[in-house]
Design a protein around this ligand. Structure first.
Ligand code: SF4
Ligand code: SF4
Ligand code: SF4
Length: 350
């Protein structure tokens, strides 16, 4: 039996109250939060790039006059402005050292965050991992175990780009035909295996071309900290074209190995999309049609759900919510066949 299920009526009532309290029904709130949080991540990436540049100047010169002599007046102005801002929060040098990094591995207030693909790549190439790097996996894995692919809808900066491309597609589809192509979802496992193979052979840099959010992070870093264009911009354009011409969030559904890996880890996540079958309309399929991940809440599917909330917005009866995963348990001694559902189709097995 599931740890959140009980046969005692009193406990069942308490569980129901807890579950109801932990349910989110406002899809608009989730969509708003997902855009806001991803915009925050983009700002954070810009800030980390600035911080890295500032740290380099600190280590190399540690004086505005020397910064100007070596890198020009604009850099001196940046250095002095950063000095002023950072000194309000403590020692600028210490602040710059305890916060930094790239999408590969980031430290915020001294806490490490490691990308799971980066960890796999390091493990495959070096056959070992530093403790701090490994500990950085705690947050992303815990997020997947709690909320499935929430990283995709709330953190990944590339998905913000794909979100806006899907909106442009939708708007243009009034006049033009846009296909919704599908390929086997296992393709992204192949991308992961191929990427690790190339990383072992040539080095980890290949991931900045394969992982869309690495490409975004690299492009931001090059643009801000070095004032140059990164080759990763080519990857971003390629992924953008895939999404625009092949299908909504095509890259996320079929190419990006991170999404696949997080979907796999979080396939039994504690929180997931929930449907009240009694209120679901037989003639409706809006939730499945609107889902950018091609998940069908109507069929009680939840694997690959990023809890973005778009289906909650469109559901005409408001019978969808995000809450503690429902557990359907049928006692083995029940001899009668499973009753036919009046609303919706049978649940898809995970
Ligand atoms: S599948 Fe990859 S690119 Fe898409 S949102 Fe998730 S992590 Fe980002
Ligand atoms: S089922 Fe699809 S639309 Fe609904 S929350 Fe999950 S990913 Fe978003
Ligand atoms: S869950 Fe809502 S949107 Fe989905 S089929 Fe049922 S009524 Fe329609």
């Amino acid at each position: 039996m599931h740890p959140y299920a009980s046969s005692d009526p009193g406990i069942l009532k308490q569980e129901h109250l807890v579950n109801a309290a932990l349910q989110i029904r406002s899809g608009r709130l989730l969509v708003f939060l997902s855009i806001l949080s991803r915009l925050t991540v983009v700002v954070l990436l810009c800030a980390l790039a600035l911080l890295t540049e500032y740290l380099n100047l600190k280590i190399a010169y540690n004086h505005p006059r020397l910064v100007e002599l070596s890198s020009g007046k604009a850099m001196r102005m940046f250095y002095e402005a950063a000095d002023t801002v950072f000194s309000k929060f403590g020692d600028p040098m210490q602040l710059a050292q305890t916060n930094g990094g790239m999408t590969w591995s980031i430290r915020l207030m001294g806490v490490p965050f490691t990308d799971p693909i980066a960890a796999l790549s390091v493990l495959a190439k070096d056959h070992r991992m530093k403790l701090g790097f490994a500990l950085g996996l705690t947050a992303p894995l815990a997020l997947a175990l709690l909320f499935g692919r929430a990283f995709c809808a709330y953190i990944c900066p590339a998905s913000l780009l794909f979100y806006f491309i899907s909106r442009i597609r939708r708007w243009l589809s009034r006049w033009f035909y846009f296909p919704e192509l599908s390929i086997h979802r296992g393709f992204s496992w192949g991308v992961l295996a191929g990427g690790i193979g190339v990383a072992v052979w040539t080095g980890h840099g290949i991931w900045t071309l394969i992982l869309p959010y690495f490409a975004v992070g690299q492009t931001v870093f090059h643009g801000i900290a070095m004032g140059t264009l990164s080759i990763a911009l080519g990857s971003i354009l390629l992924f953008a074209c895939l999404d625009f011409f092949f299908g909504r969030q095509f890259t996320c559904r079929y190419v990006c190995p991170t999404g696949r890996l997080l979907g796999f880890v979080g396939q039994k996540s504690l929180f997931s999309i929930r449907r009240n079958a009694q209120e679901c309309l037989t003639s409706c399929n809006s939730c499945a049609e609107v889902c950018p991940m091609k998940v069908s809440p109507k069929l009680d599917q939840s694997v690959d759900c990023s809890v973005c909330g778009e289906c909650l917005v469109i559901c005409p009866t408001q019978c969808l919510s995000i809450g503690i995963r429902k557990v359907v348990s049928i006692p083995s001694h029940v001899a009668s066949p499973i009753p036919e559902r009046i609303h919706g189709s049978p649940p898809q097995s995970l």
